[in-house]
Design a protein around this ligand. Structure first.
Ligand code: 4IA
Length: 411
């Protein structure tokens, strides 16, 4: 199979290999983003392995298959990029990440350092500050009554707590969101959406590299843990900077869209909001269920390293495979009533944070942020209602909103 000659802007449609059903779905189009669920169902229902004609790329959307590919890192590599572009054929748009875009043994070294940097103990040290900030922010919003759940909460909260926690200085933090938007767009095809975001974020590129340097991080932020590991020889100091860059890249848009997802879901499912108010210990499960339900990170690619098969179809070295995490998280073969937001369901095993060696290394941080926001809301807010049309933010990888007009009442 030739998964390579495939960018639409560079060549047009590619017929499927014999026996693989071809679909005319474009998972990087606004029509798809506006309502991906009918197409997710077509992707899952047609066959375990389907072909996206527009891009000339094989895809999987069923839970079992997505899980299997995520777990088999030796056959399905990340080192040639986890986006559509194959570093070996199409070049790279930034210096490859030594955690996301790497395989063992490099990945193992990087991961060990990030595991320490984002450990349970580090999260424990952040909890009090994060919770106090969530309380303060929710008090202010309750006072205000009407606000934009995106700008004033889902974006504001991570931007408030995360840069401080890692130890960034104050200047230029407004680069973080455009930078993330660009990187997450870069995992899709080189479409207009990506090009526009790259133009918007041009200056953010060097800014992020600079922010990741040791001398620009405060001594008590958790970013220093990467450099302390370098002092001990676990990685080089240059690698430590790359790992801090990774945290800066991966840590904002993801949690913004995770918090956005749970706000939007709770506003649409008042019964679930009631359950949360009555039982605050559901804050963490509610956030987790929102990650399953919305899957803020919708898709990733892998590159085949050696001859193998998917659903009996031969794959060759160099083939790219697209995995639909969002579709897997709503696969009816795995989930009961998958399209229902249910904060009491058994949600373990969802692939919203991935699974296997590349499973989200920041998931404890994400959950901490989600939990303290929901806990503060459950204590302070009586009712939540959507007062206007929510607006989606379109991104080649991320699913989320840019506007969510809300009205809340105090308890
Ligand atoms: C990096 C998957 C996503 C959260 C992510 C994005 C960028 C990086 C890592 C993870 O730059 O290393």
């Amino acid at each position: 199979m030739d998964g390579g000659k495939a960018f639409p802007e560079l060549g047009g449609a590619v017929a499927p290999p014999p026996g693989v059903p071809g679909l005319d779905i474009d998972p990087f189009s606004e029509a798809f983003f506006a309502d991906p669920y009918p197409d997710h169902a077509r992707l899952r229902d047609t066959a375990p392995f389907v072909w996206l004609i527009k891009y000339g790329i094989g895809a999987i959307a069923r839970y079992e298959d997505v899980r299997k590919v995520l777990l088999d890192w030796e056959t399905f590599s990340s080192a040639r990029g986890v986006g559509m572009a194959d570093f070996a054929k199409h070049g790279r748009f930034r210096l490859p990440s030594i955690i996301l875009e790497s395989d063992p043994p490099q990945h193992t070294r990087s991961r060990a350092v990030l595991n320490k940097t984002l450990s349970f103990l580090v999260m424990k040290s952040l909890r009090e500050t994060f919770a106090a900030e969530a309380d303060r922010m929710i008090d202010e919003l309750v006072e205000k009554r009407e606000f934009d759940g995106c700008a004033e909460l889902a974006e504001a909260f991570p931007l408030r707590v995360f840069p401080d926690a890692i130890g960034m200085n104050r200047e230029g933090r407004d680069n973080l969101l455009p930078y993330g938007d660009m990187v997450f767009n870069s995992f899709g095809p080189p479409n207009q959406r990506f090009l526009a975001s790259a133009t918007r974020a041009e200056a953010a590129f060097t800014w992020v590299e600079t922010q990741a340097q040791r001398e620009n991080l405060s001594p008590d932020g958790f970013g220093q843990i990467c450099y302390q590991a370098a002092d001990k020889g676990e990685v080089t100091h240059k690698e430590a900077a790359m790992l801090v860059r990774a945290i800066l890249t991966a840590g904002v848009d993801t949690t913004v869209n995770g918090i956005g997802a749970v706000l939007f879901a709770l506003a649409r499912f008042p019964g679930e909001w009631r359950k949360l108010r009555e039982n605050r210990s559901l804050a963490r499960p509610a956030f987790e269920e929102a990650i399953r339900f919305e899957s803020p990170v919708q898709t990733f690619f892998r590159t085949v390293t050696r001859p193998t098969t998917l659903d009996g179809h031969p794959l060759a070295e160099g083939d790219k495979i697209l995995m639909f995490l969002g579709a897997a998280n709503r696969d009816p073969l795995k989930w009961e009533n998958p399209d229902t937001f249910d904060i009491e369901r058994p949600v373990a095993g969802h692939v919203g944070f991935g699974v296997g060696i590349h499973a989200c290394v920041g998931q404890l941080l994400a959950r901490l942020e989600g939990e303290v926001v929901l806990d503060a809301m459950a204590r302070k807010i009586g009712t939540i209602e959507v007062t206007g049309e929510p607006e989606r933010r379109f991104n080649n990888t991320l699913r989320g909103l840019k506007k969510l007009p809300l009205r809340v009442t105090a308890v």
